[in-house]
Design a protein around this ligand. Structure first.
Ligand code: NDP
Ligand code: HSE
Length: 435
């Protein structure tokens, strides 16, 4: 190829785990990228905070700058990989308003300011690509946005946080406790120094908001994603699940649902759940991610792979970059998100699921019947009950599995059981999915 036009100027913001890899690959494989794009490209600079910081990939010193704004204003494509929300938002808006396309892997930014950024992109006809924001290397944004745009996605079940999947996997495989498994994840570099955002479910919630928005063509605000993390999952629950042919996974679940009053809407939630070991997501091991999509015509689809890592995430970022650069060559309007369906995001209480409730109870006549009464009075139906032999203190453990019911009724049932004189303690509650 003989480049005849001015190079497409690319600015990379951030040279951390992902940014350094993206910049290094752009320099190493420039000719290959130019052949794919059909035009010359130039990495015009890489913005960092500290010019002297040690990098995972060596970058030419003259490309590094702390002046992000000037770099953005001189670019055709801005690759935002600094993370965080406020400065990233400012720089992405500056890029879009100056007519540049943007590629980002920033789920926190998109989950909190997505609609504002998509509107800015649409105003100027720019692209805002974010394949790396959910599932790292896994192509899931483009399939939902483009390939499935002619179908109706009914439900998404996703393992979208590698740290928590690693922790739960170690608890399952080795019988470790939560703290021990998390310490191992930290030692091996899977968990951040501060893993709060992972174990609390906050990271997965950001990804759930993005997935639900795309799948249902609806804006799903982050604050409407219902979240429970994995800090309360016990070694006992994981062991019991294993013995019953189940596995505990932190799931992001996005669904189209109908409220009792007939309102059609959507919901997004993140919580630990029991899955049968035969479910495709049960086979997702270690720090891997997977997204299981159920669509009306396409049926069940599964997208699987590495959810994080420098080279892995750079693959998704560079794919977005090539796509944006090709538009500079062939022209045409920017690719934008679609929120045209504008469905209501329904309250968590109307979601349907199944509960498995583990109780410590007095092993006395009539206890089972009274507890069954408490459950049925709330409109919940029991599917299974398993009681262990009572210990010397007269306490037995009772595992109650319910049929599908609305969250509000199930939560009210747990509260009533907690208050019942026959119940010494509610030892655990896990939702059951994927059956
Ligand atoms: P890092 O923390 O490793 O790197 C961030 C980089 O941004 C650093 O080089 C830092 O500079 C630079 N930076 C931070 N603030 C500024 C600023 N205001 N101006 C200029 N530079 C700045 O982040 P990651 O590479 O891990 O992540 C980048 C993005 O990709 C995040 O949005 C993340 O959520 C997303 N992502 C990351 C994945 C991963 O596996 N790491 C997976 C999927 C998505 P300095 O080095 O000088 O401190
Ligand atoms: N902390 C995230 C995880 C990184 O553990 O999956 C990728 O978003």
């Amino acid at each position: 190829m003989t480049p005849t036009r001015a190079p497409i100027r690319i600015a990379v913001l951030g040279a951390g785990t992902v940014g350094a890899e993206v910049a290094a690959q752009l320099l190493e494989h420039r000719e290959e990228f130019e052949a794919r794009i059909g035009a010359p490209i130039a990495l015009s600079g890489v913005a960092v905070r500290d010019l002297d910081a040690t990098r995972t990939r060596a970058l030419p010193r003259e490309l590094l700058t702390t002046d992000s704004r000037s770099l953005v204003l001189g670019a055709n494509i801005v690759v935002e990989l600094i993370g965080g929300v406020d400065q990233a938002r400012e720089l992405v808006l500056l890029a879009l308003e100056s007519g540049a396309d943007v590629v980002t892997g920033n789920k926190a930014l998109l989950a909190t300011h997505g609609p504002e950024l998509f509107a800015a992109a649409e105003r100027v006809g720019a692209q805002l690509n974010y394949e790396a924001a959910v599932g790292g290397a896994i192509p899931i944004i483009r399939p939902l946005r483009d390939s499935l745009a002619g179908d109706h996605v009914r439900r998404i079940l996703g393992i979208v946080n590698g740290t928590t999947n690693f922790v739960l996997d170690r608890m399952d495989e080795e019988g470790l406790g939560f703290d021990e498994a998390l310490a191992e994840a930290t030692r091996l570099g899977y968990a951040e120094a501060d893993p709060t955002g992972d174990v609390s479910g906050a990271d997965a919630a950001q990804k759930a908001a993005i997935l639900a928005g795309l799948a249902f063509h609806t804006t799903v605000p982050l604050e409407k994603v219902w979240v429970e993390g994995i800090t309360g999952v016990t070694a006992d629950q994981v062991r019991t699940a294993r013995a019953a042919g189940q596995v505990v996974k932190l799931l992001a679940i996005c669904e189209r649902i109908t409220a009792p009053d007939g309102t059609e809407g959507v919901s997004a939630r993140v919580h630990p759940a029991l899955l049968p070991r035969t479910h495709p997501l049960a086979a997702v091991r270690g720090a891997n991610n997977a997204v299981f999509v159920q669509a009306e015509s396409a049926g069940n689809l599964m997208f699987y792979g590495a959810g994080a890592g420098g080279p892995e995430t750079a693959s998704a970022v560079l794919g977005d970059l090539v796509s944006a650069a090709r538009r500079h060559v062939i022209g045409g309007p920017g690719l934008i998100g679609s929120a045209g369906a504008d469905l209501p995001v329904l309250d968590h209480g109307v979601v349907e699921t199944r509960y498995q409730i583990t109780l410590a109870v007095r092993d006395e006549p009539g206890v089972l019947a009274r507890l069954a009464g408490i459950v049925s009075e709330r409109g919940v139906s029991i599917e299974t009950v398993e009681q262990s032999r009572a210990g010397s203190d007269g306490t037995a453990s009772l595992v109650v599995g319910t049929h599908r019911a609305r969250e509000a009724a199930l939560a009210a049932t747990v509260e009533a059981l907690r208050d019942a004189a026959e119940v010494e303690a509610v030892l655990g509650v896990l939702r059951v999915e994927g059956e």
